[in-house]
Design a protein around this ligand. Structure first.
Ligand SMILES: [Ca+2]
Ligand SMILES: [Ca+2]
Length: 298
């Protein structure tokens, strides 16, 4: 870990000369007609018409060792009044020698992360006031998955539901993140309150962590610690998932460009953030700061 810190601190100094040109996208998260079963298995019906985000290896900005093996991976999002629902299908063919400690704030091992900003955030890493940083590991040293917020709550998100399935070529995880977590973060100083209501917006960067043995890489779909480059997510009333009453009248009103009626269609069309990265290397400074800051927090 110390070697990694030295490396990224050096990189911060060198790469601060570069600029990143990222075009943020506006994405709509549809509302789950039925809550997905959080069992680690991404059933096509339960996640039908969910927002899908391509997290393909070649489209991410990889930092640290920059030797990823995450393949073509996909993240999924839905919501209801109680939870943000998240699923990840990550193609990861390399075993990690780094076993994250359950409930610890580690940017390490194999896993996923969210960097969440309020709409009024102008920067990150401000003691959890402008950014929430959540790690979701499919497997920790306890054998269990975990959900951890690094900067504001600085604790395990105990009310989150999490389940995963890990094999030699991939892992899948499903997570239900309660809006009560965001309410607690707001009470604790986070800039905006994120509620489970249609029209709610926030900004978010998504991350895949890949460890190949002890070689740690982190890939993000935005420039870290610069919310001006982050995709904007809006909660929509458009239905997704399993319709408990498919013959009933469905009047979900889409409030964004993603107007997809609820159906039993098994496939979900990729909906990828439109980003143009002029310099992936500059992202490293943000990643480095994340590593450093969380190290301080530990
Ligand atoms: Ca499931
Ligand atoms: Ca790996």
């Amino acid at each position: 870990m110390k070697k990694l810190l030295v490396f990224v601190m050096t990189a911060v100094l060198l790469l601060s000369l570069f600029t990143v040109n990222v075009s943020a996208a506006e994405l709509s998260i549809p509302k789950a007609l039925t809550a997905p079963v959080i069992d680690g298995s991404i059933n096509a019906d339960e996640w039908a018409n969910a927002l899908t985000i391509d997290m393909n290896q070649d489209s991410l900005n990889w930092v640290a060792s920059v030797n990823p093996s995450s393949g073509n991976s996909t993240f999924y999002f839905m919501w209801d009044s109680d939870y943000v629902y998240f699923a990840a299908d990550v193609k990861d063919t390399t075993a990690s020698d780094i076993v994250p400690a359950f409930g610890a704030a580690l940017n390490s091992g194999d896993g996923t992360q969210w960097a969440i900003y309020g709409m009024d955030s102008t920067e990150g890493t401000d003691a959890g006031e402008q950014m929430l940083f959540i790690s979701i590991h499919p497997k920790t040293d306890s054998g269990d998955p975990d959900v951890y917020e690094h900067f504001n709550l600085m604790s395990q998100v105990s009310d989150a539901k999490i389940a995963s399935a890990v094999n030699d070529s991939a892992y899948t995880l499903e997570c239900a993140m309660p809006f009560s977590t965001f309410a607690a973060a707001y009470d604790n100083g986070f800039i905006n309150e994120i509620k489970g209501v249609a029209g709610q917006q926030w900004k978010m960067d998504l991350v895949i962590m890949d460890a190949d043995g002890s070689d740690q890489s982190l890939g993000t779909n935005a420039a870290w610690f610069d919310p001006s480059t982050s995709n904007v997510y809006t909660l929509s009333d458009t239905g997704a998932g399993i319709d408990p009453a498919p013959a009933a009248e469905e009047t979900g009103a889409a409030d964004t460009e993603s107007e997809t009626p609820a159906t039993d269609a098994p496939a979900t069309a990729p909906q990828t953030a439109d980003m143009k990265i002029a310099s992936a290397s500059a992202v490293l400074l943000a990643c480095a700061a994340a590593v450093i800051l969380l190290k301080k927090k530990r």
